[in-house]
Design a protein around this ligand. Structure first.
Ligand SMILES: [Zn+2]
Length: 510
């Protein structure tokens, strides 16, 4: 049975009614009553564990938690993380970020463990250049470009730009412009034809990534012979038009990258409870696209730190005692990869995990100001999601809280899924059931319209009760996922996500 705070509050005084104080001759009703009050007070003070006393003020505690959450501190953390670089697992910027986070959790007073995940082939750029040299009128045209993951280092050089629509004979010694994604077969074909560099502006859809370059990665290898640069739609289209006029375009380019086998560092900060059963609050610490990753996922990382710091502050200020359940705050060194290794390492003790609350993209939203809680079609997620949804409904519209919230069905693609049956089946753990959800304000690069799971219409959702429109980020996996366009543009998103998870934990873990 789930022993809720309300149960405890209701039951404590009731059980005291059964305590009988014997009446002596001469006692009157009033003095007996006084004695009972005195006895109750003494009982509450001496007998009831402090963990239960703390539950008599849940609303006050929730309000204190919410006021401890600092939006400016969240923004500051994002800035710091983005300044390190893309923070991919096993890279220098990833290590710097891990060091910084360790310090943040330690200074909040938590016990921190740095876990070295198994080595992977890590990639990081240290520098690059790309510019139009001729014609002079087009100098300075290229802006906000980004180097593709696993591009090699190449010394500065100049070459002529050709279109992928030209005959392959024209590719030799040239830079090839394409609007297609550079998948391995396509890359190999251009390399074979003698291309020295590739420029792509995929997905090349009008209205998307107009001034930002969508970033992807080459195959993870230290042997890729030529670099690929991603361009914005406007830059790509302009170059294509100029090539169509048969104008001779010369570009210069260079790249400095580091490709090496290294271990991503996963940070595990623990807030010890009375029991070793635990909740996880987590986020991937890398910008999985290899871009700046302010929203995806410095926002989520900052969120994990802020929940930890604000909850610890409540304990330090003696507004609550330590929780009944332990809480682990985890920042994954590499999305999915580090999470998978965590599950493997803890395969014998997965039953200790009471629930996972994962943050991914809590820093922006293109069309709504909504908190989403995913995945509601899984029966074993019910308690966790009902709690988040209840918090969502109780606080919606209040000053300092979200404009909308809802649960929604699975969309996949983030760390919470590693704890869910489909992934666990692959690890030969088909019977393990870990409640696992993701909290976010945007997902992917376009709106998604989902049918709402039956029984999950939320009073905090402003749309039709039978459907959910999932908001997106205009800068998803792009060169412009930077604070000024995402987390600083609407910093309230992060604060809301922190408040929702912290308040849910106060209901679940204490
Ligand atoms: Zn992400």
């Amino acid at each position: 049975m789930i022993f809720t705070i309300n149960n405890i509050i209701k039951q404590t005084p009731c059980s005291l009614e059964n305590v009988r104080v014997p009446l002596r001759k001469g006692d009157n009703v009033l003095s007996r009553h006084n004695l009972t009050i005195l006895f109750r007070a003494l009982f509450l003070y001496l007998v009831i564990p402090q963990s239960l006393v703390s539950q008599s003020l849940p609303r006050d505690v929730e309000a204190s938690f919410a006021s401890a959450v600092s939006q400016s501190r969240l923004q500051e953390t994002v800035h710091k993380l983005v300044e390190f670089g893309p923070r991919m697992g096993g890279t220098e910027s990833g290590d710097k970020s891990a060091e910084y986070l360790t310090e943040q959790f330690r200074s909040a007073g938590l016990e921190v463990k740095v876990v070295q995940d198994p080595e992977l082939l890590s990639y990081e750029h240290t520098n690059w250049s790309l510019a139009v040299e001729e014609p002079a009128s087009m100098k300075g045209l290229i802006e906000n470009e980004w180097l593709s993951g696993y591009s090699p280092s190449l010394a500065p050089q100049k070459a002529r730009l050709v279109s992928d629509g030209d005959s392959e004979g024209a590719y030799s010694g040239s830079i090839v412009l394409t609007d297609k994604r550079v998948r391995p077969e396509f890359y190999d074909r251009l390399v074979k034809a003698g291309a020295v560099c590739i420029l792509t502006y995929a997905p090349a859809e009008a209205g998307k990534y107009s001034d930002a370059a969508f970033i992807s990665s080459l195959r993870a290898s230290a042997e890729n012979p030529i670099p690929v640069f991603h361009l914005s739609y406007s830059n790509g289209e302009r170059l294509k038009q100029e090539l169509g006029k048969e104008i001779n375009i010369i570009l210069s380019f260079s790249s400095e990258t580091v490709i090496a086998r290294k271990s991503p560092k996963t940070i595990v900060a623990t807030l010890k409870g009375e029991s070793d059963e635990y909740y996880i609050v987590c986020a991937h610490g890398d910008s999985d696209s290899g871009g700046p990753g302010a929203d995806d996922n410095a926002s989520g990382t900052a969120g994990v730190v802020e929940v930890a710091r604000s909850l610890k502050q409540l304990i330090d200020d003696q507004q609550v005692v330590r929780p009944k359940k332990t809480i682990k705050f985890i920042v994954w060194g590499a999305e999915i990869y580090s999470t998978g290794h965590y599950v493997r390492r803890n395969a014998d003790a997965l039953d200790k995990i009471l629930g996972v609350m994962n943050y991914d993209e809590i820093g922006t939203g293109a069309t709504r100001n909504c908190l989403y809680f995913e995945s509601n079609e899984l029966p074993h997620n019910e308690r966790l999601l009902r709690t988040l949804n209840a918090v969502g409904e109780e606080y919606v519209g209040k000053p300092g809280f979200w404009e909308e919230s809802t649960t929604n069905p699975s969309q996949g693609g983030t760390d919470s899924y590693v704890f869910l049956p489909d992934y666990l089946r692959r690890l030969n753990m088909p019977d393990v059931k870990i409640p696992s959800v993701t909290i976010y304000t945007a997902a992917w690069d376009e709106l998604a319209h989902l049918k709402q799971t039956e029984g999950w219409a939320s009073k905090a959702w402003k749309g039709h009760p039978d459907s959910v429109t999932v908001d997106f980020s205009r800068y998803y996996h792009s060169s412009m996922d930077i604070p000024s366009l995402t987390t600083d543009a609407e910093p309230f998103n992060m604060a809301w996500a922190v408040k929702a998870v912290g308040m849910a934990l106060l209901r679940l873990a204490w």
